[in-house]
Ligand binder design. Structure first.
Ligand SMILES: [Zn+2]
Length: 201
C-alpha cells in the first residue's frame, strides 16, 4: 500500500461516494490534509449523521420527528406532493409555490443502478393514506424516464391498497428531463396548477 493506512482509508471513503473515482478521491484527501478548515468538515459530517433522523410521516431528513413541515397546522393537510429527494422539498419550499405536505421517496426507480421499489418509501406513503384524510397525491417525480416509472409504481401501489385517494401527476409543461429542484416559482406553480390524473399502464 502506497499511502499510510489512515490516509488510504480516507481516500477509500471518498471513492465510495457516488460519482467519485480513485483520482478525485485522492485529490480530495490531499486537499483536506492541507486545509486548515478540514476539522470543520469532520465535525459537520458527525453532526449531520448524529443530529438528524427521518420524519416518521414524510420520511424527509429532519432534526425533529415529526418534521417542521408535517407539524405545521397552517399547511393544507389533505394534499401530498410526492418527490424523489429532500433537495426537491428544499427547492419547492424556497419557491413558495406549495403549501401542502410532502412525501420523500428517496430516489427513483433505476434498475441499472440497482434502485428498485423496495428502496423507496412507498409503504410509508400508503400508510399515510389509511385514515382517509389525504384527498390527493400529486406525483412530483422528475419528468425523466426514471421519474415516470416511479410515478406509475406509486400509482400501482395506491391501487393495490384500494385507496380512494385521487392521484395526479405534475403537468408536462416541465422541460423534459429537468429535475424539479432547478425550477422557479412560476414554472412550479404552472406545473402544480396543470396537474392531471394519471393512469396505470
Ligand atoms: Zn415530515
Amino acid at each position: 500500500m502506497a499511502y499510510p493506512e489512515p490516509l488510504e482509508e480516507l481516500v477509500v471513503s471518498f471513492e465510495n461516494l457516488p460519482g467519485i473515482g480513485r483520482r478525485t478521491a485522492e485529490r480530495l484527501a490531499f486537499h483536506l490534509l492541507r486545509d486548515p478548515e478540514a476539522g470543520k468538515l469532520a465535525l459537520a459530517i458527525e453532526r449531520a449523521l448524529g443530529e438528524t433522523e427521518h420524519c416518521a410521516l414524510c420520511c424527509n431528513v429532519t432534526e425533529t420527528d415529526p418534521c417542521v413541515i408535517c407539524s405545521d397546522e397552517q399547511r393544507a393537510r389533505d394534499v401530498i406532493l410526492v418527490v424523489e429527494e429532500p433537495r426537491d422539498v428544499e427547492a419547492v419550499e424556497r419557491s413558495g409555490a406549495w403549501n401542502g405536505l410532502y412525501h420523500v421517496l428517496f430516489g427513483a426507480l433505476n434498475p441499472s443502478d440497482g434502485k428498485e421499489e423496495v428502496h423507496l418509501s412507498i409503504p410509508q406513503l400508503i400508510r399515510r393514506l389509511e385514515d382517509g384524510r389525504v384527498r390527493e397525491l400529486i406525483l412530483g417525480t422528475d419528468p425523466d424516464a426514471e421519474g415516470e416509472a416511479t410515478a406509475l409504481c406509486v400509482l400501482e401501489a395506491v391501487e393495490r391498497a384500494q385507496s380512494k385517494v385521487r392521484v395526479t401527476r405534475m403537468a408536462r409543461g416541465l422541460p423534459a428531463g429537468s429535475a424539479i429542484e432547478y425550477l422557479h416559482r412560476g414554472v412550479l406553480e404552472d406545473a402544480l396548477e396543470g396537474r392531471r390524473p394519471i393512469q396505470t399502464r
